[in-house]
Design a protein around this ligand. Sequence first.
Ligand code: S3P
Length: 427
Amino acid sequence: MKRLTKAAGLQGTLQVPGDKSISHRAVMFGSLAKGTTHISNFLSGADCLATIGCFQAMGVEIVQDGNNVTVYGNGLHGLKKPEHTLDVGNSGTTTRLISGILSGQDFDVVLSGDESLNQRPMNRIMKPLQMMGAEIESVNEDGCAPLAIHGRKLKAVHYKSPVASAQVKSCALLAGLYADGKTSVTEPVLSRNHTELMLRSFGVEVESEGTTATITPPEEMTATDIVVPGDISSATFFIVAGLITPNSYITLKNVGINPTRDGVLRVCRQMNADVTLTNVKDEGGEPTADIVVKTSKLKGCVIEGEVIPTLIDELPVIALLAAFAEGETVIRDAQELRVKESDRIQLTVDNLTKMGADATGTEDGMIIHGGRPLHGASIHCKYDHRIAMTFSIAGINAEGETIIEDSECVDVSYPTFYEELHTLTKR
Ligand code: S3P
């Protein structure tokens, strides 16, 4: 549990932790490659540690030294049958990506996670995998994990996904590593493309055209070193904090700004926010920059359509930003928020309302009328890390005390969140 009160400002420089999506993929692809993969700036959060645990359980030697991880890959066909059920914890990314890989192995496996994970929809990956000839079942026949997978040789397909989801796309592409020809996935709107970029670094032929990605199954994957950029999803909590807390001036170093992830920066521009990028670089195909944020007078805006997948994880804290903007902000086309670690539309609107904001949930988004002052409240985050961090930032901008129950869930993606917040906060 954490207690927060009003801050007088946020000032200083911050290095946000490594990107969660990229850290997962680096461990997975390193495990399947021939040779040694060194990963630096790895996110040592619970989700990525679950991925490490799964591959260790399948016979891959992985050594972690803080944020440096060394993966001694077993090659594309070198995974071993685990002795127990694979524990995927709270991690949707682990579950969905690993299911693609496991479908093509020559052994059977069961995977299961925590209470929240085992309620999230897995039909979305079972469908393309079954089209490829995979044997994957929901053990309780509810379309959720635990999942039982009987690995086998797979057929190549062209899958038209009804959702813009990098997890679904990646699952099918990774199953495509073990298919008898080229596997393609077309999605309605382009989702994050870290899988495509990183597979290429590991020597795999992947083509991208519009919203279609195509993989050619390789003989082997070749190990490579990965430098993980800072996570823009984690940075966004401090971008919003810097914008809404009076007297703030902060610099966030080395943040990933891949165009399939940078929607929050576009929204900031639309809202008149003082956010500037310096030191723009490229790290293995992933662009990075330092982000400088100053307290700003914001205006509401409409957030919808193609930008949504590029800021999907940021929407709860963008809703908080909207509560501090003048006028109305409308968020549409974000129904995916309802099937994240929690129903993020419901929890965001409930907690904003509890703190005095004018927020209404819709089927696929939220409507927020900004400008009402917030007051402290007791926040229930249903163990959802992004809700806990969103309302911690709200708490330092509210009158009175805000209590975050389950605050330890921030460990999922940002274990040092409260230390960083404390360091930057001026009293
Ligand atoms: C992720 C994709 C997104 C995102 C999640 C990480 C990934 O999920 O919300 O936090 O690493 O591929 P969806 O693919 O379900 O949109």
